[in-house]
Design a protein around this ligand. Structure first.
Ligand code: ZN
Length: 389
């Protein structure tokens, strides 16, 4: 809001707005901040059980519950300090994130959670404990996820670059099994998000009727390709796309070598990291032109360059790809809230919604890097103390 605003908050909810310098009742505590006011951010794809150290996601599957909880708490703190007030967890072990989701604490981001992601035997992220086989196995896993109270189902529709022996260019699951999975989830009122790096995996997921596609890389043997007819189908079906951008370039540069699976995938299509990124951004620009709703999430925790608290870098990457700052911010606020089924709860500065509020240092209208300088963060009206560093 140009010129600033006074935001009234009561019991964790936004009550209303007035101009700066308005009359404030004597029993109101008034705090003033400089900078840009916006809704708290979402990171739409996190792995709270993983602290981004090399191999930490793989290790999460063999840790005891206390060790996992410690990592989850640490991950959430890093997200909160970066201005993230809601995370969507898409790769849990032992349903540990649900305890945090259901906790009344207001010093940690709100969580929407998938539980262990579903995959095929020896498939991508099999070590997180979500392996299923055949229609009966799929229905049993769905019913367990439902009973545990997850918010969303995550399924690995293609292999992944970080699980060696799986094929990020191919598909996982028989088409009929994937459809069974989506139907069972929808019958339980749960949306389904599909991990898909390959173009084949994107088509596979779309045909099964998923609600969102994660990564959406468009890998084919001849490069990164997502034809117009696929973009039209994604837009027509109202499927959300999260390209999982956002890389800590310093951490990437300090790695001795690219991870073998990523290096192999790039070699297979004859691209390097930069040209692959440019090709992906072109796909996303076309996706936006087709009216596809984009969500930002980092895949935080999954790798050293994917630490918790860098969703601002995913938004910066979108602006490098030609997106306006407002459109980029929407992918981590209003659109992310829609994608998480939380549009009536958070994601906008509006009376009646949660006081999930971020102030960043600088003028965000012209400077996307302001998001990397959170000045204060309120989660359900509770200011983080001490202020984030
Ligand atoms: Zn992930």
């Amino acid at each position: 809001m140009p010129g600033g605003a006074t935001v009234f908050v009561e019991d964790g909810v936004i009550e209303g707005f007035e101009s700066v310098g308005c009359e404030v009742p004597a029993d109101c505590r008034l705090t003033t901040f400089e900078g840009t006011l916006l809704p708290g951010l979402f990171d739409g794809h996190v792995h709270l059980v993983s602290d981004a150290a090399l191999g930490s996601l793989e290790r999460a599957g063999s840790l005891d519950a206390d060790a996992v909880d410690n990592i989850i708490e640490h991950s959430l703190r890093q997200q909160a300090a970066a201005g993230v007030t809601t995370v969507r967890d898409l790769g849990d072990v032992g349903y540990r994130t649900l305890g945090f989701r259901d906790s009344p604490r207001t010093d940690l981001p709100r969580i929407t959670a998938a539980g262990p992601p579903l995959t095929v035997p020896d498939g991508h992220c099999h070590y997180l404990g979500g392996v299923v086989e055949g229609p009966d196995g799929i229905r049993a896993a769905l019913s367990e996820h439902e009973q545990r109270g997850v918010d969303v189902i995550k399924v690995m529709a293609s292999g992944g670059m970080t699980t060696l022996g799986t094929d990020p260019f191919g598909v996982q699951f028989e088409a009929a099994d994937l459809r069974t999975l989506v139907e069972a989830a929808h019958a339980a009122g749960l949306p389904v998000l599909a991990h898909a790096h390959s173009l084949a995996g994107i088509r596979h997921a779309l045909a099964a009727g998923v609600d969102g596609i994660e990564h959406f890389t468009g890998l084919t043997e001849t490069g990164i390709r997502v034809p117009d007819e696929v973009l039209e189908a994604v837009a027509g079906a109202g499927v959300f796309v999260n390209p999982t951008l956002g890389v800590d370039r310093e951490a990437l540069a300090s790695m001795p070598a690219p991870r073998p699976g990523i290096a192999a995938a790039l070699k297979r299509i004859g691209l390097d990291v930069e040209t692959a990124q440019a090709a992906r951004l072109q796909v996303l620009q076309r996706a936006q032109n087709h009216g596809i709703r984009l969500v930002s999430g980092v895949d935080a925790g999954a790798a050293p360059a994917k630490r918790h608290g860098i969703v601002s870098l995913a938004l910066a990457a979108l602006t490098e790809g030609g997106f306006s700052i407002a459109d980029a911010v929407a992918t981590a606020t209003t659109v992310a809230a829609q994608a998480c089924g939380l549009a009536q709860v958070t994601g906008r500065l509006q009376p009646g919604l949660a006081a999930d509020i971020l102030v960043v240092d600088g003028n965000l209208e012209h400077d996307i890097t302001a998001l990397q300088r959170p000045a204060t963060v309120l989660i359900r009206g509770n200011p983080l103390t001490p202020p984030p560093t």
